[in-house]
Design a protein around this ligand. Structure first.
Ligand code: SF4
Length: 336
């Protein structure tokens, strides 16, 4: 994995949100790197900044957000500061986004085949080189639609292209949305909580599909989730976010074997386990702080069982306690 080219590099990304007429820092110096074919899991509680980080990549931040610093490079090309038409091109070709509720992204009055054909109308070069008649374009678009539906394991894709979204189950709709993203042959797929709205059986099928796509098309994936099980199954590396910052970054095995940051440790311990027939819950006390009124120093200190003197005063800088790992915690700064 180490020799593979870097697809996405986020460095020192800072984003602010306008809340009640004030600009409030929402992302603080976020750093992430994903190489080709790699899956990076972005985890943390709701409100930790996962989705804001992901939406910054294709320039889809909400209207009350602004980037105030840092850099986002896709295959070495800086994205921040690009014009809207350049970002549109990027969104239509290089980055695919898959969100949690597929019904929101499928047009209820068009068949699946018509919706995939629309992608080829916007990007006819995806049909192949050379000039072709309208009829030929339609035929090739139909063939490609079937091909991509087959890639995402839709049974009987020839029939599905003629169906409307309401005729498909939730799992089939999610597969269709993934297929529509892949038609563009993107360099990066961003999947934001894509299994949250699905029942566990369908969830397992979608995770199996993503695992297989990683192998078959060398897909590069930024996977946003709050589900540690999904991260353990799919990710190569993990970035744990808390209140707008990455507080631990490690390869998936190291993090699950021995998390270093107290919050990452607490997150893993909060996953319910079965012991002697009883389900054991170890919830994290308290809640994530409001970004409008964050505590001073380490933002986790009011909830941290290992907090000590500097924690409530100084923001811990990210340090590498070992190669390939970054932790933002005073416990490791003292040691480094
Ligand atoms: Fe806990 Fe202090 Fe580390 Fe924050 S910096 S996680 S409060 S030990």
């Amino acid at each position: 994995m180490i020799d593979r080219p870097t697809v996405l590099e986020i460095e020192g990304l800072c984003v602010e949100l306008s809340i009640n007429g004030r600009w409030i820092p929402a992302l603080n110096e976020v750093n992430l790197t994903i190489r080709r074919g790699e899956t990076l899991g972005l985890i943390g509680e709701s409100g930790s900044g996962k989705s804001l980080t992901a939406l910054s990549v294709p320039g889809l931040l909400p209207g009350n957000a602004r980037v105030t610093g840092g850099s986002i490079r896709l295959l070495g090309e800086e994205l921040l500061g690009k014009q809207e038409h350049e970002l549109n091109k990027l969104r239509s070709r290089s980055v695919a986004l898959v969100f949690q509720n597929p019904t929101t992204y499928l047009n209820p009055v068009l068949t699946i085949g018509q919706q995939i054909a629309e992608i080829f109308e916007v990007s006819p070069e995806l049909l192949g080189p050379g000039r072709m008649s309208k009829r030929e374009r339609r035929r090739i678009a139909q063939e490609k639609a079937v091909e991509y539906l087959r890639l995402v394991k839709i049974p009987d894709p020839e029939r599905t292209v003629r169906q409307y979204p309401f005729e498909l189950s939730g799992g089939m709709q999610q597969r269709t949305v993934i297929a529509m993203g892949l038609v563009r042959q993107p360099h990066l797929v961003i999947a934001d909580e894509i299994t949250t709205a699905l029942d566990v059986t369908i969830q397992a099928q979608i995770l199996g599909l993503l695992t297989e796509l990683r192998r078959s098309i060398d897909m590069t994936l930024l996977l946003i989730t709050h589900d540690m099980g999904i991260v353990a199954q799919l990710a190569d590396s993990v970035a744990v976010m808390y209140s707008g910052s990455v507080i631990e970054y490690a390869d998936v095995r190291s993090l699950f074997r021995a998390p270093k940051h107290p919050y990452a440790k607490a997150l893993l311990e909060a996953v319910p386990t079965l012991q002697a027939g009883d389900t054991i819950f170890r919830p994290i006390p308290g809640g994530i702080p409001a970004i409008t009124d964050p505590p001073p120093g380490c933002r986790y200190h009011p909830r941290c069982s290992r907090a000590f003197a500097p924690c409530s005063v100084t923001v811990p800088a990210p340090v590498p306690p070992e190669p390939g790992r970054v932790v933002a915690c005073h416990l490791y700064q003292a040691a480094s």
